[in-house]
Design a protein around this ligand. Structure first.
Ligand code: NAD
Ligand code: TYD
Length: 353
């Protein structure tokens, strides 16, 4: 059985990837996660004791801990998702983003390289370090155009600048040391188990709580939305079949303004769980001050991953968003535990790692 390290496997995308690989691959998954505020093992509650899932609470900035895990568990690859991921938090406190996203990626690359050099040449060739990144490294688009893999980097927020730096480190570790890397840059994800600080789960949570729905600026910023399960399937395709040293953009062909997203969410909630007072949820929409440096538009040209690796998203925005709203309605305790902070004690009550 082959072993895969997944960093950030208790986060939103990481937990979807762990779930995909436990159900649809025969790999042993070692989930390395520090469990920051964004890490939530409750998202993997049904898989936590699975014989092919090993959770190790680990900080990617701690080299000695990483070295010990590589020596003990001998992975055939790493998929690196651990990061600080929220743009607004990066504006208020960039330090953690520099530390985890840049120093953490550097430390993980060095630990990986140290282990990789101990492998025989066949195992070295087969090894993959897959770096998971964002389209935000390319900066902001005007009304037209798409990000391709050759779009020049122009990150605008502390978050995207820290991710851009990590992308450059990964590229350099390939060119200088020969580490077999692949990098993916994906558009905005949505789906189950997303921390309710990001647009879609925040709006669902606020709407169901009767709170205002805060729309930054005019609400005309555009994001290109991808369902998290489509992203997870794309990551696995690139890990297994992507060409070493290459970059693949991942996107869902779902450009929407923020207002369109919020209006669609409100309409879905009106249908699936109407308000007790009979008012439409859209009456909760509130315009608030814009985010500083707010990128206007992101949109992905995903033709490289489609043409080379045959990946296509399976969800449309309509099917994916309906599933997502349904999930939040069906799992109120997941959200309640996040809001109360109880999720951070889940590990002590349920797991001894
Ligand atoms: P998330 O914030 O939900 O999860 C991040 C995970 O990393 C958490 O479980 C957290 O505990 C863990 N972590 C943070 N610091 C750590 C450290 N020092 N050591 C070990 N673990 C640590 O993020 P997400 O939305 O799941 O994003 C995952 C990755 O995908 C990130 O690298 C992000 O940049 C990238 N990405 C996200 C999106 C998106 O829309 N969410 C889009 C494109 C790319
Ligand atoms: P977000 O989910 O934070 O992702 P990102 O900033 O990485 O794209 O935000 C998505 C869009 O929604 C972005 O244009 C900012 C906007 N937004 C709001 O209008 N109100 C909110 O409360 C939040 C969290 C985001």
């Amino acid at each position: 059985m082959q072993t895969l390290f997944i960093t950030g496997g208790a986060g939103f995308i990481g937990s979807a990837l762990v779930r995909l690989l436990i159900t649809e691959s025969d790999w042993r998954i070692v989930n390395l996660d520090k469990l920051t505020y964004a890490g939530n093992l409750e998202s993997l509650a049904d898989l936590i004791d699975h014989p092919r899932h090993i959770f190790r609470r680990t900080d990617i900035c701690e080299r000695a801990a990483l070295d010990a895990l590589f020596a003990e568990l001998q992975p055939a690859g790493v998929i690196h998702l651990a990061a600080e991921s929220h743009v607004d938090r990066s504006i208020h406190g960039p330090g953690a983003f520099i530390h985890t996203n840049i120093t953490g990626t550097f430390t993980l690359l060095e630990a990986t390289r140290g282990y990789w050099m101990t492998l025989d040449s066949a195992a070295q060739t087969a090894f993959r370090f897959h770096h998971v990144s964002t389209d935000e490294v390319y900066g902001s688009l005007g009304d037209t155009g798409l990000f391709t893999e050759t779009t020049p980097y122009a990150p605008n927020s502390p978050y995207s600048a820290s991710k851009a730096a990590s992308d450059h480190l990964v590229r350099a570790w390939h060119h200088t040391y020969g580490l077999p890397v692949v990098t993916t840059n994906c558009s905005n994800n949505y789906g189950a188990c997303q921390f309710p600080e990001k647009l879609i789960p925040l709006m669902i949570h606020n709407a169901l709580s009767g709170k205002p729905l805060p729309i930054y600026g005019k609400g005309d910023n555009v994001r290109d939305w991808l369902h998290v399960d489509d992203h997870a399937r794309a990551l696995w395709r690139v890990f297994e079949q992507g060409r070493v040293g290459e970059v693949y953009n991942i996107g869902g062909h779902n450009e929407k303004t923020n207002l369109e997203v919020v209006d669609t969410l409100c309409a879905l909630l009106d249908e699936l769980q109407p308000r007790a007072d009979g008012q439409p949820y859209a009456t909760l929409k509130t315009t608030v001050a814009d985010r500083p440096g707010h990128d206007k538009r992101y949109a992905i040209d995903a033709s490289k991953i489609a043409d080379e690796l045959g990946w296509q998203p399976q969800e449309t925005f309509e099917t994916g968003l309906r599933k997502t709203v349904r999930w939040y309605l069906d799992n109120p305790e997941w959200v309640a535990h996040v809001v109360s902070g109880e999720y951070q004690h889940w590990i002590e009550r349920h797991y001894s790692a």
